[in-house]
Design a protein around this ligand. Sequence first.
Ligand code: CU
Length: 136
Amino acid sequence: MLIRSSRNWLAGAALLLPMSGFAANHTIQVGGAGGQVFDPPTLSIAAGDTVTFFNAGGFHNVQSDPGAVTSFRCAAGCDGAGGNGNLSSDAWTATVTFNAPGTVGYYCEAHGAPGEGMFGSITVNVPVDLQSFDIE
Ligand SMILES: [Cu+2]
C-alpha cells in the first residue's frame, strides 16, 4: 500500500520502538597516533549498548580482565564469534555488546595488563526504567 494516513504511520513507528530500543554504539580507538593507548581510556555506557574498537595503527588486540562481567578477546574477529582475538596490525574493527551492568576492564595483550600499560575500562550502567516512575 502506497498511501497511508499519518495516524497509521505513527502507530507503526510506536510499535517499532521496543524492538529497536535505545541501545547506542560507542567507539574506542586502539593505538594509532596516540601510541599504545585506548582513546577514550574510560567510557560510561548503558546496558545493552555496543562498543566498536578500531585499530588505528599498531599490533594490538583487546582482552577483558579476568572475571569481567562481560568477557571478550578481539582484534580481527572475536574469540568464540568467528575469530580468535589474536594480536593483529590489520586495520581491524570489533564490536562487543555489553548487557551486564558493572565495570569491565580490558587491555592489549602486547602492551598492557589488567590496570597497567595499554588498558581501559568501560562502566556499564543500568538503564533508567521509565516504567518505574510514579506520577502523583
Ligand atoms: Cu597494543
